[in-house]
Design a protein around this ligand. Structure first.
Ligand SMILES: [Zn+2]
Length: 238
């Protein structure tokens, strides 16, 4: 009796063989995009996150042949609070110019936006979403990565060409390529030269208005407490 697989036409046989192979699904899983960091770039991100009490923003510099592999991080001049990062326009222009002079393409230095959250939640705030849409909305593709205090991450890859798409992708440290060693001294100097802290209250006009209103109310209420307290019943000052 003939073996049934010999009776099937060759195309069907090939299809069966492909469907049987577990290797195929394995290979597909590895093709899923993920954002990978050199160990030095990841160590620098952790260091920057923990150096101050505020958020810190950076650009990921990617390898020319692997645009989702972050080789290095670069800070640019920025005003930071505990809930926001505001890059300085001139500093960004200078950073871009410098990168072009070094022979990098915008795809390598202006697509991966990274920032830290000093709290435990890595989810993007409304301000983050607005910034991402405003600054990176015209790029073919871009990535927003947020690293929170305890190591939680949120990473989203978005495409704006054609029908557009956006999805969360995993973040990994990749040890397989050569990488430079860590350098806290250099990182500290870069941090000090670029990051300026602002209090949330002074940076946020709404908070400031509320705060000032409260301050006024408090002042009106307690301007001179001695006036409203009958003589002899006032607080006793030391
Ligand atoms: Zn944020």
């Amino acid at each position: 009796m003939n073996n049934p697989s010999q009776i099937l036409n060759p195309r069907l046989r090939k299809l069966r063989r492909l469907l049987r192979r577990p290797r195929e699904s394995h290979a597909r899983r590895h093709r899923r995009p993920r954002l990978r960091f050199s160990p030095a770039a990841w160590a620098k991100l952790l260091y920057l996150r923990d150096r101050g009490p505020t958020e810190v923003g950076a650009f990921g510099l990617a390898a020319a042949d692997d645009l989702l592999y972050v080789e290095e991080l670069r800070l640019v001049g920025q005003q930071c609070t505990a809930v926001s990062v505001c890059f300085d326009d001139t500093a960004i222009a200078e950073f871009f110019e410098e990168q072009v002079e070094r022979g990098r393409t915008p795809e390598q230095f202006a697509r991966i936006w990274i920032h830290t959250h000093p709290g435990g939640c890595p989810l993007p705030s409304q301000v983050d979403e607005e910034t991402f849409a405003r600054v990176f909305g015209r790029c073919d593709w871009s990535v927003m990565l947020i690293l929170a205090k305890e190591g939680q991450t949120y990473c989203r890859l978005q495409f704006t060409r054609g029908p557009g798409a956006a999805f969360e992708i995993p973040v990994r440290v990749d040890f397989e390529r050569q990488f430079p060693q860590s350098d806290h001294q250099v990182w500290a100097a870069e941090f000090d030269a670029t990051v300026s802290h602002e209090s949330f209250w002074t940076a946020n006009p709404l908070a400031q208005a509320l705060f000032l209103e409260d301050a006024e109310l408090l002042a009106n209420e307690f301007d001179n407490p001695f006036e409203v307290v009958p003589p002899g019943k006032g607080p006793i000052l030391p």
